[in-house]
Design a protein. Structure first.
Length: 550
């Protein structure tokens, strides 16, 4: 990798390390995102394409040198081990190498795949516990059923691409929740480009590099990336199917198997196809209400959705940086939202957020707003008047490209056949903790209060304005800081359930024991994201509480 990075220009070096050795540098992140959005990032995952190319080239050269086939079969084993080691012994490479080896010994079809699976359990017992292993063997399984020896190479590639894309769809949604329909065509086109042109070209350039640096080829990759950017600007966002539960996943796999059996029976195929459609529809539009405190670490993000699909997102979380990060740190960091909030929303089939509420301007509440805006259509952003006094926050709002509305006391947001009410701030503040938007709603006969980072002074003002305020469920202010959730405040609200969003082993030691003691004193059942992960209220007529950890 170091040799390639030192001796080849970018972007050619990225494609060389990616296609030959399965390594994509952090500097490739922009193109990585584009390839992912187009649904063809899997072309960089080492598998049958690379293994077939290198093994065939190895065998061809040895046979041309006059070695007997028996000796070539023997020498293929150490070559395979060497290549598997250079590529990190990934399950997809080992699977492809084993299948190629057994294929050269006359084992074909499902027998080949079956023996490969058995041997794989001895070589890497946990290979089916990773997405790469499951998808790689699933690709091979589907291809073993695609019989297209009588058609030309272009038709065969298109048939294989279509069969794999549709057959693997339930597993793709299980792991990633999204699917790009245009990937069927793009996989066909780009697999031909990568397999027939780029892979041989890069291999040749690498081999002759000690003698001649083929930097002139770099213009080809510059043009390719320009084309990918242009393509990305025209292709729509992927379809967000949501993540099916285990029962739905198994049902989808069974129905796909039946669809293959009934492929020549039009009536049967249509009925089975309708069942598959309904299962995907149910996954994308679950007929249930939910209020979820997403585990975003040391921050806040709360997602509300009713049975009609109306959505509200309160805050987005974000990482607080202490001091200016070094350049290498900037390259390595990934936003909290990309690891937590965005995958969760996509797993629930969300493509549009009707209202995004940003309670105040602290980074752990609004830091990832731009990342969220890139992935989801946001119809409206609700902020406090005081937040607009913070220049850096206003600049980020402008970059979101979404309608902005200033929240006022008395505003009502429709959801759950009821409304989420804005209770606070009473007057324009500074966008800080005590200027947090406070929201209240009574949903399914349960009252909820969301307090942002409201502290003792703000709690006092809130009680002065609403002396009879009560709440069954309270999102505890400021992550359980001892500057919030005073004895008087909790005594007035008398919450049955207290929700605390805090990072595990956070440097602030949130929630503080004083706050936990006050909540227990008044009989509140406490749920904490640092201990139990995400907390979800779910139901149709009454709420049921679910957590990641019991």
């Amino acid at each position: 990798m170091v040799y390639i990075a030192s001796n080849f220009p970018t972007p050619m070096s990225h494609y060389m390390t990616g296609l030959l050795f399965g390594y994509l540098d952090k500097d490739f992140s922009e193109m990585n995102s584009l390839y992912s959005s187009l649904g063809i990032i899997h072309l960089f995952a080492l598998s049958g394409m690379q293994v077939g190319f290198f093994i065939n080239a190895f065998r061809y050269l040895l046979l041309r040198f006059g070695l007997q086939k028996e000796w070539v079969d023997i020498l293929q084993l150490p070559f395979s081990v060497l290549y598997a080691g250079l590529t990190g012994f990934s399950p997809s490479v080992i699977r492809a190498l084993l299948q190629k080896h057994f294929g050269n010994r006359g084992v074909s079809g499902l027998d080949n795949l079956g023996v490969t699976i058995l041997v794989s359990f001895f070589l890497m017992p946990h290979f089916l516990l990773h997405a790469g292993g499951v998808l790689s063997f699933s690709y091979a399984f589907i291809l073993s059923f695609v019989k297209c020896d009588q058609v030309n190479i272009l038709k065969r590639k298109m048939l294989e691409s279509t069969s794999i894309s549709l057959g693997i769809l339930p597993l793709l949604t299980w792991y990633f929740s999204v699917f790009q329909p245009v990937s069927i065509l793009l996989t066909f086109l780009f697999s031909f480009l990568f397999d027939r042109i780029l892979l041989p070209l890069l291999s040749l350039a690498f081999l002759i590099s000690p003698v001649w640096r083929s930097e002139g080829f770099n213009s080809l990759f510059i043009f390719l990336e320009s084309f990918i950017r242009w393509l990305g600007s025209w292709v729509n966002s992927p379809i967000v199917f949501g993540r099916p539960n285990l029962v739905t996943l198994l049902a989808l796999l069974v129905f796909l198997g039946l669809l293959y059996d009934f492929r020549r029976n039009l009536k049967g195929a249509l009925i089975i196809g309708a069942c598959i459609f309904l299962l995907f529809f149910q996954t994308k539009f679950p007929l249930t209400n939910e209020i979820t405190v997403v585990d975003v670490g040391q921050g806040d993000s709360i997602f509300l959705r009713d049975m009609k699909g109306q959505t509200i997102l309160i805050d987005v979380g974000g990482r607080v940086n202490f001091g200016k990060p070094s350049p290498w740190q900037k390259k390595q960091t990934v936003s909290n939202a990309e690891r937590t909030l965005i995958p969760y929303l996509q797993s629930r089939g969300v493509e549009t957020i009707d209202t995004l509420i940003l309670t105040h301007t602290d980074t752990d509440h609004i830091g990832d707003m731009l990342e969220v805006a890139k992935r989801f259509k946001i119809k409206k952003v609700l902020v406090s008047a005081g937040s607009l006094t913070v220049a850096s926050f206003v600049q980020k709002l402008k970059r979101m490209n979404a309608p902005i509305q200033v929240a006022e006391v008395g505003d009502r947001l429709p959801i759950f056949d009821a409304h989420l009410h804005v209770l606070y701030p009473i007057e324009t503040g500074d966008g800080g903790n005590d200027d947090s938007l406070v929201l209240y709603g009574e949903f399914l006969k349960t009252s909820f209060l969301f307090t942002g980072d409201l502290e003792a002074n703000g709690e006092e003002k809130l009680l002065e304005s609403y002396p009879n305020l009560r709440a069954d469920v309270v999102k505890v202010g400021h992550h359980g800081s001892k500057g919030s959730s005073t004895d008087a405040f909790i005594a007035q609200l008398s919450p049955k359930v207290a929700l605390i969003s805090a990072g595990k082993n956070n440097r602030y030691q949130h929630p503080h024991q004083e706050v936990v003691a006050i909540l227990k004193q008044y009989g509140s059942r406490i749920y904490r994201t640092d201990q139990q992960g995400a907390i979800r209220f779910k139901g149709q007529n009454r709420w049921k509480v679910e957590t990641v950890k019991p």
